[in-house]
Design a protein around this ligand. Structure first.
Ligand SMILES: NC(=O)NCCC(=O)O
Ligand SMILES: [Zn+2]
Ligand SMILES: [Zn+2]
Length: 468
């Protein structure tokens, strides 16, 4: 049986930081023990591979709980396939993604799930699971939720935005929440008042305000806060937990904090783009602002301090990417002259672990909190813990050797995502992935990709393990 030993690194989990050696066998962590102690004697001699991690961090692979490979949106498709996107994720130290299978209106959940399996199976370099987007809540799809939860698709995204596409009205949302309360499925909410936003879009375009910056203005922070408040109340009535995705506005975060102060099972996710980018980017000239069009939108810089505080106080529990890349050329350009036609989404699956490490360097969060929000909590939230999200006996050996002192400059010239720009072009960050193991197998080795499409396995999930 092949054995790997990782020697001499600082092992960081959400719970601990310890100088330890890690023994891996058959794709799993078998033991951790104090570096070069009596307990590790003989490990290296019997190992097929010994990785020297002296001076490096040894961390659980990242769990990115919000990606959209090949998502159809606005008449085009997100430009990363599961092959290119999962490879890029590995380059950035993420070893599990949870992507969104989509139910189309008039079709079953099963059809949507089968379609996403056909896109992803045998393509991924790292392990993957699925949430389900509920676009058509009806008697049949409600019943299907029960079956999917049993099968390991244990979370369902609903949209208060995008009328005519993914939108659900309050009655449908309430019914899905009631079903989730009964079957254990976690409701994930895109919380923006899409009906009101569509009025503002129409008014802006009629007044000749067509540039990307107006995307941010019509998607008003108060309309995110209002929808967040409404979603919380509906969840309370239904008796269901709630996970609000891509929180960007301070006012929306305040709604989550109030609910959590009452002891409710209400959770929030934010994304690196809301922590590091702002409406200044949306206002870039020559249509460059289109590169930053996503929903919820980027906010004025002042919101960032509130989001960092929310991450420290645990009013926000998870940082995912909402990775949904569209090339500037030919895709973002669909919205020249009409911001409402710019496909929504930003690339970032490769950058998340590095940007959050930079947040450690900058003093926003601690090292253990970095691992908690990027690996341990998403794994717990979505029923993957302790197989994913930690380094402990029995866990999958999804492990990253991270060089905390390496300097790098993020750029489209060097990234591996299938998109022609970087949202963080030119940003200097300290820290870089050196080696990535997925179930004990090297995927990135000494800054080279050595993985393969099809190594990544579909991973059915349990129900939420984060309830109060
Ligand atoms: N977020 C975004 O702009 N695009 C992806 C779809 C979604 O998550 O709403
Ligand atoms: Zn969304
Ligand atoms: Zn999304």
């Amino acid at each position: 049986m092949s054995r790997t030993v990782i020697r001499g690194g600082l092992v960081i989990t959400a719970a601990d930081e310890v100088h330890a050696d890690v023994l891996i066998e058959a794709g799993r962590v078998v033991a951790l023990a104090a570096h070069d102690s009596e307990f590790t004697a003989g490990w290296s001699a019997s190992a097929g591979r010994v990785i020297d991690a002296a001076g490096k961090y040894v961390i659980p692979g990242g769990v990115d709980a919000h990606t959209h490979m090949e998502l159809p949106f606005g008449g085009t498709f997100a430009s990363d396939t599961f092959e290119t996107g999962s490879r890029a994720a590995a380059w950035g130290g993420t070893t599990t993604i949870i992507d969104f299978a989509v139910q189309s209106v008039g079709h079953s959940l099963r059809e949507g799930l089968d379609t996403w399996h056909a896109k992803a199976d045998a393509q991924c370099a790292i392990d993957y699971g699925f949430h389900m987007i509920l676009a058509d809540v009806n008697e049949d799809s409600l019943k299907e939720m029960d079956v999917l939860v049993e099968e390991g698709v244990t979370s369902f995204k609903l949209f208060m935005a995008y009328p005519g596409v993914f939108y659900s009205d309050d009655g449908k949302i309430l019914r899905a929440m009631q079903r989730g309360a009964a079957n254990g499925g976690l409701i994930m909410m895109h919380a923006e008042n899409g009906i009101a936003i569509d009025v503002l879009v129409e008014q802006a375009l009629a007044a000749g305000r067509t540039d990307p910056r107006y995307h941010g203005e019509v998607r008003h922070a108060l309309l995110e806060a209002e929808a967040t408040h409404r979603a919380i109340k509906l969840a309370q009535v239904a008796g269901s937990p709630l996970y609000v995705v891509h929180v960007s506005a301070e006012e929306a975060l305040a709604e989550l904090a109030t609910a959590r102060d009452k002891g409710l099972n209400v959770f929030g996710e934010t994304c690196p783009q809301y922590l590091f980018l702002s409406t200044d980017n949306l206002a870039e000239p020559d249509f460059e602002g289109s590169k930053y069009v996503c929903s919820t939108p980027l906010r004025p810089k002042e919101h960032q301090a509130a989001l960092w505080r929310g991450l420290r106080t645990n009013d926000l529990q998870v940082v995912s990417t909402d990775h949904c890349p569209f090339c500037f050329s030919g895709q973002k350009e669909l919205g020249r002259g009409d911001f409402s036609k710019i496909p929504n989404g930003l690339p970032g699956v490769e950058n998340r672990m590095d940007l959050l490490h930079q947040a450690v360097v900058d003093g926003h969060i601690s090292r253990r909190r970095w691992i908690e929000i990027a690996a341990a909590t998403p794994a717990r939230m979505f029923g993957l813990y302790p197989r994913k999200g930690t380094i402990a006996p029995g866990a999958d050996a999804d492990i990253v050797i991270y060089d905390p002192h390496a300097e790098q400059v993020i750029s489209a010239e060097t990234h591996h995502m299938n998109v022609d720009y970087s949202a963080y072009e030119g940003k200097r960050v300290t820290g870089q992935v050196e080696t990535v193991l997925s179930r004990g197998e090297p995927v990135i080795d000494g800054k080279a990709f050595v993985g393969r499409a099809g190594h990544g396995q579909y991973t059915p999930r349990g129900t939420c393990q984060y309830l109060i």
